[in-house]
Design a binder for this molecule. Structure first.
Ligand SMILES: *Cc1c(COP(=O)(O)O)cnc(C)c1O
Length: 341
């Protein structure tokens, strides 16, 4: 397979159009058989459900080249399951799990020339998504949908090392207690835009959202879950029904317990306890873990002992182990690595 002539280490996180994408249409209660297309544009009626009432959900995962030259994806079955849960909550039809994984495989194979080589640090980001496509003017679910997958190569997340982030406790809320925080829907991101632009204007990298009910517990950022490490080396992640169940976070909790022999627990985490932690990180597909050096709560600075220059030691071990598993250098738990070719 002849790779595209791309400067893999310097492409950043942007959209680079690749050759093929997948589309399946849902109409009269059924998904069609689906196919690849070269057309990257979508023509919709002005009254499409997605445009008027934001009926859209998505997923994000990566394919990459392992150290023995295979192209693999990381746990795509979990993305299929999570998308099914998102669909149910927005009254959309579920795209079957096996077909989801097959479609991911098909898109990556068709764009194999865009899968970055091993060692470049770059990956192929895969974006499955679904939206209501027919016209709806009265508020109700659409009855026609498109399920699509495109992919785009993205550069190494940490160019020149992982510099710890400074984040602020947000005055905005991300998700209501019985709302849509636990599903991967565009609507959760639309409402986060004003909050993130505000945070950036104030000099912060990210927002820490609290539970809107009591504003005393840590939830997550706009697009990543929190992991904390206690001073005695226990890994802790916040528990809440309105947090998006990150596949990276769930994988890291398993790695902490089964590979590193650490205690790892999911429990409520109070803003007041942040000073008890030694390390903090944000986890998600894009970065795996981004270290957090400092949280600022309305002028009060909480500095983690791991500091502002590098990842803390436990965060580093978690990061190295999970990326080692992904890249084929460390044996993966059964079912984690989906071989594409
Ligand atoms: C996608 C997402 C994450 C990270 O999930 P991964 O499956 O690890 O990529 C975390 N929080 C939110 C709000 C997200 O949308």
């Amino acid at each position: 397979m002849e790779k595209k002539n791309i400067d893999w280490s310097n492409i950043g996180f942007g959209y680079i159009q690749t050759e093929k994408r997948y589309v399946s249409y849902y109409k009269e209660g059924d998904w069609d058989h689906g196919s690849l297309t070269e057309d990257a544009n979508i023509v919709l009626n002005e009254c499409a459900g997605v445009l008027q009432y934001a009926q859209t959900i998505f997923e994000g995962l990566k394919a990459y080249t392992t150290d023995d030259g295979r192209i693999v994806a990381f746990r795509p079955d979990l993305n299929a399951e999570r998308m099914a849960s998102s669909a149910e909550h927005l009254e959309m039809p579920v795209f079957p799990k096996e077909r989801f994984v097959d479609a991911v495989t098909e898109v990556v194979k068709a764009n194999a020339a865009y899968v970055p080589p091993y060692g470049s640090g770059a990956t192929l980001y895969i974006r499955p998504y679904m939206f209501g496509s027919n016209s709806v003017i009265g508020v109700k679910p659409a009855n026609e949908y498109q399920f699509r997958i495109f992919c785009t190569p993205v550069g190494p997340y940490f160019k020149g090392g992982a510099k710890p982030l400074t984040i602020c406790v947000s005055d905005f809320d991300r998700a209501a207690p019985h709302g849509t925080g636990h599903i991967k829907a565009g609507l959760n991101y639309a409402m986060s835009l004003h909050a993130i632009v505000t945070a950036h204007k104030n000099g912060y990298d990210e927002n820490m959202y609290l539970d809107p009910g009591t504003r005393s517990k840590v939830e997550e950022t706009g697009g990543a879950n929190f992991l904390f490490v206690t001073k005695d080396g226990k890994v802790v992640t916040p528990k809440s029904d309105s947090i998006l169940p990150s596949i990276t976070r769930r994988s890291l909790m398993h790695v902490a317990k089964e590979y590193l022999g650490l205690e790892a627990e999911e429990r409520e985490v109070y803003l007041d306890e942040l000073t008890d932690f030694a390390e903090c990180g944000l986890c998600g597909t894009a970065a795996v873990i981004s270290p957090v050096g400092k949280v600022v709560d309305h002028g009060r600075e909480i500095c983690f002992p791991s500091g502002m220059t590098e990842m803390g030691p436990v965060t580093r071990k978690l990061y190295d182990t999970l990326t080692g598993i992904q890249m084929g250098r460390i044996e993966a738990p059964k079912g984690w690595i989906h071989v594409i070719e």
